[in-house]
Design a protein around this ligand. Structure first.
Ligand SMILES: NC(=O)c1ccc[n+]([C@@H]2O[C@H](COP(=O)([O-])OP(=O)(O)OC[C@H]3O[C@@H](n4cnc5c(N)ncnc54)[C@H](OP(=O)(O)O)[C@@H]3O)[C@@H](O)[C@H]2O)c1
Length: 262
């Protein structure tokens, strides 16, 4: 049995349909129960089986309840795919007076996922087996203007996973991190439009997640993101300026196609 958060979204939905074709039993989680119910039917039609467990990861009580329900009703998952995420792009001047953006993003991208994974890790470590795949973002290790709150929330999850990984591994639980670049999903639309140039398709992103699940990998990340993370450590000011300019270029290209604001 595999627990998938963010199941209803672009990448998560693609991952679930591919797992369904393998005949997997899936626990589908996200906030929107209706979309999850529709997906569960598609999973069954594709050869898998599925249960729907709606949860808002920003709500610690709901996360505890999800943890309890998974472990007591369904048992310890063989794997957890932590794919849920929320993004907001805002420059510094637009962020003044909006500390709630930080609360929302840290809740959805760091505290909620880490709380859920902690509960799953306890059960998996006790059983001596399990696999966790968590999607962060290239911006977790390459800070960029406009992505301060999003990058910080993903960086927090990244640091937490890297710190717990060695001790989890000694208990038989493997943890893989997938740093995705831009993906053409609903998440990208407000900033880059519906068809951003150079973006992965949801299917391509799903392949990276499944590669992390199937292969003994600890990190799945584009080469440029690994190089960028090294540069961000060595020359943080230069790196952030370059990341900001690159993002602006992609947004300008989207705006030129008449899709989005700069
Ligand atoms: N798209 C990109 O360019 C990109 C780039 C790098 C990394 N990523 C990461 O890739 C992952 C998948 O994103 P995507 O591109 O597929 O985006 P998406 O289409 O917007 O899907 C996001 C998923 O997360 C769920 N979600 C959002 N907020 C939640 C909350 N508070 N509690 C529980 N579930 C929540 C959404 O479902 P509900 O709305 O029903 O809750 C949805 O299933 C995310 O972790 C994202 O940060 C995306």
């Amino acid at each position: 049995m595999i627990l998938v958060t963010g199941a209803s979204g672009g990448v998560g939905r693609e991952v679930c349909l591919r797992l369904a074709a393998r005949g997997e039993h899936l626990l589908l989680s996200a906030r929107d129960g209706l979309r999850l119910t529709v997906l569960a039917e598609q999973v069954r039609a594709a050869g898998g089986s599925a249960e729907v467990l709606p949860c808002d990861l920003r709500d610690q009580g709901a996360v505890q309840e999800l943890t309890r329900e998974v472990l007591t009703v369904h048992g310890t998952p063989q794997a957890v795919l932590s794919l849920a995420g929320h993004s907001i792009r805002r420059d510094l001047a637009e962020s003044f007076g909006r500390p709630h953006d930080l609360v929302r993003l840290v809740g959805a991208n760091m505290l909620g996922p880490a709380t859920l994974l902690l509960g799953m890790l306890e059960a998996m470590c006790a059983g001596g087996d399990g696999r966790i795949v968590a999607v962060t973002s290239a911006s977790a290790r390459i800070p960029a203007p406009g992505w301060a709150a999003y990058g910080a929330s993903k960086a927090g999850l990244d640091a937490w996973l890297r710190a717990v990984r060695p001790q989890a591994a000694r208990q038989g639980v493997r943890i893989a991190i997938v740093e995705l670049p831009l993906v053409a999903t609903a998440m990208a639309v407000p900033t880059y439009g519906s068809a951003p140039r150079g973006a992965l398709s949801p299917a391509q992103a799903a392949q990276r997640v499944l590669h992390a699940l199937d292969a003994p990998r600890t990190l799945v990340s584009p080469v440029w993101a690994r190089a960028g993370a090294t540069l961000a450590q060595a020359a943080p000011v230069l790196s952030a300026a370059a990341a900001g300019r690159a993002g602006q270029l992609v947004r300008r290209m989207a705006a030129r196609r008449g899709e989005e604001r700069v």
